[in-house]
Design a binder for this molecule. Structure first.
Ligand SMILES: Cc1cc2nc3c(=O)[nH]c(=O)nc-3n(C[C@H](O)[C@H](O)[C@H](O)COP(=O)(O)OP(=O)(O)OC[C@H]3O[C@@H](n4cnc5c(N)ncnc54)[C@H](O)[C@@H]3O)c2cc1C
Ligand code: SF4
Ligand code: SF4
Ligand code: SF4
Length: 394
């Protein structure tokens, strides 16, 4: 039976919990806010299925993409609403048009990301856009399996480990399944995001002197450009909080690797090991690789991994230019390399426990104090002076 001793060895896909024939595995939250399986040993019949369907215990082999494209959706409105090139929407719409089902990640009523499915074109909008928080898979694999068995076309999108989890859960190939993953930097803690949402609402309520609730969240607001994207949160008060991604405290914890799930620091699903049909990502560096494709509205990097991926790709509805794998990964190392934990990760979570505030924890732990910044600047100047003196003496 599943027994987690090292948290790096569980990506939280919940394949084990969904497959257990006795339904005796529950996903429980740890102090950092991540879900892990716990077995009710009194009910367990020791069948071993939970271990067989775990993508971390038995990771798949790495696989190179068959083709790589720089690509974006010809429909500019959709592209601007999407995180990168807006290719996900094209794939999803195509599935719906065939009478199929699309699985993706949307916000729930508390602005927490969860997996859900839609049977309609209108339902795709909720999945559009990256949510930089670990999403709860819930029963999504079981729901997808039921649709697959009915013979419905299913598009399932998620992080590489969530696609690997689905494939392990299903344990057989379905010709009516199309899997789409992303290049994945890692997923931050839902607990940290939930606390931050409460803090921003409280701050906005104080500012506006009325109870503020959130109306919409975009982690990738492109209104001031795709490359220098903003996080933007619209409140019921009419005010919109908007910050350049690295100026926002929550985004600092994400890009600084301070709050990622432990499994993201030793990811077992990278380098094509999810065995997805298509991988979608940002084509960072496209302004150097092929400036003609960079209008700062979003350019996707697309990996066609299987013949099925190739046959489903909506070539006619996007601008495409074939590139090499090197062109993409030289500016997107998350494809093959796991993030390194921030040196103060543990201190950050300990401070969060004490202060109960993301803002204060970031200020205390992740932002260097003024004194330390001044000292670092003095050190830099002193070193450069020493170098100049040495050079003039030689
Ligand atoms: C946590 C996370 C980390 C990422 N890291 C990188 C990276 O290092 N490099 C890179 O190039 N791209 C990364 N991406 C992918 C990138 O942000 C875009 O989502 C991707 O390029 C697709 O863009 P699009 O315009 O085609 O579609 P969009 O409309 O933006 O598509 C969104 C898709 O992402 C899915 N999704 C959204 N939030 C989540 C979530 N929390 N968990 C699982 N699936 C989700 C949706 O279901 C949908 O399938 C990351 C995305 C996420 C969610
Ligand atoms: S060994 Fe079988 S019954 Fe026990 S937890 Fe795993 S899947 Fe469930
Ligand atoms: S990685 Fe997935 S299947 Fe494996 S133990 Fe964790 S939740 Fe279960
Ligand atoms: S980095 Fe790896 S383990 Fe972490 S969410 Fe992404 S695919 Fe999963």
């Amino acid at each position: 039976m599943i027994h987690i001793t090292d948290k790096e060895n569980c990506c939280g896909c919940s394949s084990c919990a969904q497959r257990c024939p006795k339904q005796c595995i529950t996903m429980q939250c740890d102090s950092e806010g991540f879900l892990y399986p716990t077995v009710d040993t009194a009910q367990c019949i020791d069948c071993g299925l939970c271990e067989k369907v775990c993508p971390v215990i038995t990771p798949s082999q790495p696989r190179d993409p068959q083709k790589v494209y720089a690509s974006y959706n010809k429909d500019e409105e959709t592209r601007l609403k999407s995180s990168s090139g807006g290719i996900f929407t094209l794939l999803a719409q195509q599935t719906i048009d065939k009478g199929g089902v699309v699985f993706g990640v949307r916000f729930d009523e508390h602005w927490m990301p969860i997996f859900d499915y839609t049977l309609t074109g209108d339902g795709i909008a909720a999945f559009r856009g990256s949510k930089y928080v670990q999403a709860t898979v819930g029963n999504a694999y079981r729901q997808a399996e039921a649709f697959l068995k009915e013979g419905r076309e299913v598009l399932f999108s998620g992080t590489p480990c969530q696609i690997a989890g689905l494939k392990h859960y299903l344990r057989k190939e379905y010709s009516n399944l199309l899997t789409v993953d992303i290049i994945c930097h890692g997923v931050p803690s839902p607990r940290v995001w939930g606390m931050y949402v409460d803090e921003l609402c409280a701050k906005e309520s104080r500012r506006s002197k009325q109870k503020a609730t959130i109306q919409s969240v975009s982690f990738r607001d492109k209104s001031r450009g795709w490359k220098s994207f903003h996080i933007s949160i619209a409140f019921s008060t009419g005010h919109t909080y908007k910050r350049l991604f690295h100026r926002d405290y929550y985004m600092r914890t994400f890009v600084g690797d301070a709050t990622l799930r432990p499994s993201c620091y030793d990811c077992k699903a990278k380098i094509g090991r999810s065995h997805s049909d298509i991988t979608i990502a940002d084509f960072w560096g496209i302004h150097v690789v092929d400036p003609s494709l960079d209008d700062d509205k979003g350019c996707g990097a697309i990996f066609i991994n299987t013949p099925k991926g190739d046959s489903c790709y909506p070539y006619g509805q996007c601008i495409n230019s074939e590139k090499s794998l090197h062109d993409v990964v030289s500016n997107n190392t998350s494809y093959h390399t796991s993030s390194q934990p921030h040196p103060k990760r543990e201190r950050f979570f300990a401070t969060l426990q004490q202060t109960n505030s993301v803002t204060r924890s970031v200020q205390k732990v992740l932002i260097p104090s003024l004194a330390r910044r001044i000292l670092a600047r003095i050190k830099r100047h002193a070193l450069s002076l020493i170098r100049k003196i040495r050079k003039s003496l030689n």
